[in-house]
Design a protein around this ligand. Sequence first.
Ligand code: ADP
Length: 490
Amino acid sequence: MDDLRILLCSPEIAPYAKTGGLADMAAALPEALKELGCDIRLFMPLYHCARDKAVPLKPIAQQLPLLIGNRTYHCNLWETVSAAGIPVYLLEKEEFFDRDHLYGIHGKDYEDNAERYIAFCQAVFPLCSHLSWFPNILHLHDWQAALVSAYWFHNWRYDPAFSRTKTVFTIHNLAYQGIFPATHFALTHLPLHAFAMEGLEFWGNCNFLKAGVIYSDALTTVSPRYSQEIQRPEFGSGLDGLIKDRRDKLVGILNGADYKIWNPETDPLIPARYDARNLSGKAVCKKRLLAELGFPKTNVNYPLLGMITRLVPQKGLDLFREVLDQLLSLNVSVVVLGTGDPPIEQWLKAKAEQVPGKLQVHLKFDERLAHLIEAGADLFLMPSRFEPCGLNQMYSLRYGTIPVVHATGGLDDSIVDVMLNPQTGTGFKFYQYTAFDFLYTTRSALELFQAKEKWLKLQQRAMAEDFSWGRSARSYLDLYRKLLDQRPPE
Ligand code: ADP
């Protein structure tokens, strides 16, 4: 079925806008689907940061009226084409999207996020009408796109152009649900009965993500393990019961890694390239990284531990904080690149000022430095409390930078524990979410680092792992096909 038409709606898509793994996924999956013969197109807001990348822009519609609450907003729709030749449609409304950040500032969400993403979701249907192009599949990502399912169900499925469309909703992180006061429901213009248990109502509030769970034809998460975890109260963020009820339409598909961008053999952002047969380029990258960060020259003999992450509690920073002094008492260098919650940023900055020869912290979003850390570090730490998929552990494997991970979600699905499987392992896992287990496992990794031959074999196995998008894209394609073959209920 190579005429399959898919519109992927996501609040962020690399390289136009990115705060995390969603942007990478929303860029790479379409490329893989295109290679499989699909007519895939993308839709996202035209943020400030996208303006210089989304060029040239071709107008699709001007002054499109969108009714949100009792105000009509006039928006524009534009088209650009990605480097891979995929049409990308962008919703322009300066008042909503022409800002320095995507979702909020200084750890606080923008107050009009409900309005911003209601506009985004409403615009999907007029966009298709303006294009005279009607998708078989609407593939929606995270709470910001979830209302598309509700609009389809309540308003558009009666329209012949959309009556055979199926909706797929992918949860990248159940911890972010887009919950607003009940009064915000009126902004959506959905029928009143949609504000119910079997709708957007959630403990008296209005929950946008819940619309995706209730109204979509299929639900996916970004790893099989996470699809199981979110059916339990510890990981379900209050929606575990609902998701368990809907488990027949839920599937976990592990994200892939985009090796066109994350590959030490071709990476233009690192000072020397290397592969599993010859890792001398990795040593060059380590030297450059240490020098650039201002570590003493002698640190080149010590293991370098890297972390690239949003600085939020999910990422296990409480464990990291508990073990850091003990880690720094060893002969190691540690580098953290990240942005996030102000108290975590302040703590890290203060700590790095105390021991600059051992800990360097960069509080910014920096693609180039992220690549250099992946290439130059020896170990990569991901002690996440939970991790829907996680991409950095996959990138780390490819760069021969051995991951130390908490056995949760996609981290558990993608790393084979070398302590349990000495011949086939690719990284280190700890199973109890405790500082003791994290420290013990990191120390085991540092010990193995000294056994140079074993370490090299471990690196080579890690680098040989293949998480390319082809396999995941085929799983999505199977899912789309299965949905479209389904007859509507009699
Ligand atoms: P999440 O989506 O929860 O943030 P993932 O591991 O799935 O976590 O994806 C994170 C992505 O964002 C990776 O590509 C990572 O390199 C990137 N990233 C996170 N923080 C930064 C930063 N400060 N600078 C550069 N890249 C970053």
